[in-house]
Design a protein around this ligand. Structure first.
Ligand code: NAP
Length: 440
């Protein structure tokens, strides 16, 4: 029963994987959504580049337009699902300045131009809704912004990129090599033809910047996110991790650091492949699924799990935002702005304290272990476990052993300087890998 509702004009920019599903659900469930929103949601147009491009959902041809500028004018709510920086940024600013509320799933735009957009929304009392931008269908923006507004987040560990989780999970399950699984993921459509944004951690870094900004009430610039991808992970590293009771996951880590002497707070935001104990809830996240594990001072540990991507799944989060935007539009009042008043400084990755697993190939002769232990101890890196996993002769007189060293918690700066000294020590043939352990 929508006849008495106030009618809101909804403009949709983009009808790709997500946009076509949003349009389809909005048209199909219009009455139900109107009852929930308290307003009739009239989809007045859908901006695309090519009117004749094939669509994932059947959409009324008369709604399609290539004139996004004209569509934005007069809209009450603008949904931006074009992706990329321009013209998405210009359209969103245009919509905000015209008094519209905006919904976007565009992590790249928010991670690079978030402060500009939030500032523009603040100026006019509008609100930017972006539940789909950090982990697809998983509700994580509202929990961080609203549900945990009375708590203090200590740390977030996120598996926020489905492609890399799929690849690492397959490598773990099958002992397969990275290149083979990547090729298979591309064939199945889990990875793009150009997988750089996923496998080099760029996508996860954008999401980490968004999550950290919310969690720590601080604008986190994308450039401040330390980023490493998963291209260096091979089957032997996965096997060695398994042997030690770990699984390798590409993690987005957002952490509040406290200086032990001054108690001064800073934040570290980083993306890298890390060892996660097989008993940690994140180790159970398989395939292309995502999860965000939040450690809060009062609430304790919380985990949010689900589909981090997919057209219809992501459309669910977008439509939730549309309903929220409609309710606010009807109720009036100033929208919720970004809370950045804590304005904590960003700590370089060298200030992080965590445990490590160092794998070395060393000369297999007496005294080498003592030399390695001495270098670690001089570098303030304390050994927790040592295992000689393989050994033997490469050829006569050139014996090599593989050492897997687990450390106690150490400062990243000390650790990296120590690993450099190990590499130059004359007894280490090769530093095979250095992986951080997260989730302790
Ligand atoms: P997509 O499939 O590439 O679709 C983009 C749509 O925008 C297409 O319909 C395209 O038109 C239209 N478009 C692009 N540039 C345009 C322009 N200059 N003028 C008019 N229309 C333009 O993208 P998507 O996968 O749906 O992603 C949309 C957004 O959601 C992105 O910000 C993405 O990061 C985010 N997101 C996606 C997922 C996912 O699973 N796909 C998950 C979470 C978040 P044509 O169709 O005519 O080319």
């Amino acid at each position: 029963m929508t006849a008495d509702y106030r009618r809101l004009r909804i403009a949709l920019l983009g009808a790709g994987a997500v946009g076509s599903q949003v349009a389809s659900l909005l048209l199909e469930h219009g009455d139900e959504l109107a009852d929930r929103a308290g307003a009739a949601l009239d989809l007045v147009g859908i901006a695309v580049r090519d009117l004749d491009a094939p669509r994932d959902a059947e959409l009324p041809r008369e709604l399609l337009t290539t004139d996004a500028d004209a569509l934005v004018v007069g809209a009450d709510i603008v949904i931006e699902l074009m992706g990329g920086i321009e013209p998405a940024r210009t359209h969103l600013l245009q919509a905000i300045n015209a008094g519209a509320d905006v919904v976007t799933a565009n992590k790249a735009l928010l991670a690079t131009h978030g402060p500009e957009l939030f500032e523009a929304a603040d100026q006019v009392g509008a609100e930017i809704y972006y539940e789909a931008a950090a982990a697809g269908a998983i509700p994580i923006i509202r929990p961080l912004r609203d549900s945990l507004a009375g708590d203090r987040v200590r740390r977030i560990l996120g598996i926020v990129n489905g492609t890399t989780n799929y690849i690492l999970d397959r490598m773990d399950a099958e002992g397969a090599e990275f290149d083979d699984v990547l090729a298979e993921a591309q064939a199945l459509g889990y990875a793009e033809a150009d997988p750089t944004a996923d496998i080099e951690g760029f996508d996860a870094a954008q999401k980490a910047a968004i999550l950290a900004s919310l969690a720590f009430h601080t604008a986190v610039p994308l450039e401040a996110v330390h980023r490493e991808g998963i291209t260096g992970i091979d089957a032997a590293m996965i096997e060695s991790a398994r042997h030690a009771g770990y699984v390798i996951k590409l993690l987005a880590v957002c952490e509040r650091l406290i200086d032990p002497e001054t108690q001064a707070e800073s934040i570290s935001v980083r993306v890298y492949p890390a060892l996660v104990s097989r008993s940690h809830p994140l180790a159970t996240v398989h395939g292309a699924y995502n999860a965000v594990f939040v450690e809060a001072e009062a609430a304790g540990d919380l985990m949010f799990y689900g589909a981090g991507a997919g057209g219809v799944q992501t459309a669910s989060a977008v439509l939730g935002d549309v309903v929220s935007a409609a309710r606010r539009h009807i109720a009036g009042g100033v929208g919720v702005g970004e809370s950045t008043l804590a304005d904590l400084p960003m700590a370089p990755v060298g200030h992080v304290v965590t445990r490590y697993q160092i794998t070395l190939e060393v000369d297999d002769r007496p005294g080498v272990l003592a030399t390695v232990a001495g270098i670690l101890s001089d570098g303030r890196v304390s050994i927790a476990t040592v295992e000689q996993t393989t050994g033997g002769s490469q050829d006569a007189g050139d014996a090599v052993a593989r050492l897997v060293i687990g450390t106690h918690r150490a400062l990243e700066q000390d650790l990296s300087e120590t690993v450099e000294r190990l590499g130059a020590s004359g007894v280490v043939e090769r530093v095979v890998s250095v992986l951080r352990v997260e989730g302790d």
